[in-house]
Ligand binder design. Structure first.
Ligand SMILES: NC(=O)c1ccc[n+]([C@@H]2O[C@H](COP(=O)([O-])OP(=O)(O)OC[C@H]3O[C@@H](n4cnc5c(N)ncnc54)[C@H](OP(=O)(O)O)[C@@H]3O)[C@@H](O)[C@H]2O)c1
Length: 362
């Protein structure tokens, strides 16, 4: 029987996830691109290649989504800019394939309310969360004891603390196992990415923070582990390739084939694990603390981190200043919960102002 046709809106279509999503869509006759959005990159060529008339560069995506009437929104925008699309899809019960973790981190409480009202599917695209989702599928929540998110450890996993001040942008962008956009690559080097993922997991799976663990696993073959209450642990394995979780979300629950090679156990797979070092990588600890404090602290963590990462990428601050800027911003904001999107935007802007005020030239 032919699969149902699906109209997919790809937001962040020119980025790393967006381009891989277009590759996945091209290989699946039942998937049609109905809308494309980018931040500033021209979309004319992509729109003509995919025969798409609903296209937007920058700005609020809501009118675009209303006009395009997607069955699935793939939110692959980077940063807080993805918040409106996340809230729109959840509120309208449109399936949300979520790569843009920052939106769930910043707007977690509002997103959960919108999801409850909309009643649609929220399918994580982040590889770790897709892995947890798959390991938990069909299981009663009370059977899950805790989850373990794996982290590659980034390019500075073995770098001593006293050398981290001097690492360059080029070194930080050289991720050992994943090829990704610049912001998430820096977040992986500081472990802020894993911190964002802890908060993302809290909202996605409804688990308290003390049941969300992080472990460093340099080869990135195990994406996540779910511990069950009887002592069993289920792991999700695969080569690090985002086309798998993207395809999983876009073809759910069909689980279509992808061009990704199956694991080859004769090729020397190494499955090593070690605890993360939050002294060298304090952003993981700061994210967890922000998540535990709740309110708009996660929003402030994300906002300050975005400002500091951008400054690092532009050569304005050192690698280690990213954590200092975020910690200072978290100490300066009031973290009061946001009752609506306007209040959330205010909290985001307040944290950005604090962070920008702390940027000192290197
Ligand atoms: N890359 C990965 O492997 C990976 C894995 C897991 C999760 N994620 C998450 O997926 C998201 C995207 O990551 P990425 O690596 O694909 O980033 P990326 O390569 O930097 O791409 C970001 C995309 O967002 C677009 N964008 C930026 N600002 C926008 C705005 N205001 N409105 C609409 N679009 C905007 C960019 O458009 P322009 O081209 O115009 O700048 C680009 O298409 C992030 O939240 C990241 O954490 C990524």
């Amino acid at each position: 029987m032919a699969a149902d046709r699906r109209r997919v809106a790809i937001l962040g279509a020119t980025g790393s996830i967006g381009r891989q999503a277009l590759e996945v869509v091209s290989a699946r006759p039942e998937l049609d691109v109905c809308a494309l959005a980018s931040g500033s990159t021209d979309l004319e060529a992509l729109a003509s290649a995919y025969g798409v008339s609903h296209v937007q560069v920058g700005g609020d995506p809501v009118a675009l989504l209303e006009a395009a009437e997607p069955d699935i929104v793939l939110n692959a925008v980077v940063g807080f800019a993805g918040v409106r699309a996340t809230l729109w899809a959840l509120e309208h019960g449109v399936t949300l394939a979520l790569a843009n973790k920052e939106s769930l981190v910043a707007a977690g409480d509002l997103a959960l309310d919108a999801w409850k009202r909309g009643g649609g599917l929220l399918l994580p695209v982040d590889s770790e969360h897709s892995a947890v989702f798959q390991c938990c599928e069909g299981r009663a929540p009370e059977t899950v004891d805790s989850i373990v998110l794996t982290a590659s450890g980034g390019p500075f996993r073995e770098r001593p603390l006293h050398e981290l001040d001097a690492v360059t942008v080029e070194e930080a962008l050289a991720h050992p196992t994943w090829s990704m956009g610049p912001k998430i690559t820096i977040d992986s080097a500081t472990l802020a990415n894993k911190g964002l993922e802890v908060i993302e997991a809290h909202f996605l799976f409804g688990l308290p923070y003390d049941r969300i663990e992080v472990v460093v696993h340099p080869s990135s073959v195990v994406h996540a582990i779910v511990r069950l209450r009887d002592g069993a642990a289920l792991a999700h394995l695969g080569y690090p390739d985002m086309r798998v979780p993207i395809s999983f979300a876009l073809t759910y629950p069909e689980r279509r084939e992808t061009p990704v090679a199956p694991l080859d156990f004769r090729a020397g797979l190494t499955l090593e694990f070690e605890p993360p070092d939050t002294e060298r990588f304090p952003l993981l600890r700061l994210a967890r603390e922000a998540g535990e404090r709740g309110g708009t602290y996660p929003c402030a963590f994300n906002a300050a981190n975005e400002v500091a990462v951008e400054a690092f990428l532009r050569g304005l601050v050192r690698f280690t200043d990213i954590a200092t800027v975020v910690e200072d911003a978290l100490g300066a904001v009031d973290g009061a919960p946001a009752r609506d999107l306007d209040e959330l935007v205010e909290a985001d802007e307040e944290a950005r102002r604090h962070a920008a005020g702390r940027l000192t030239p290197t």
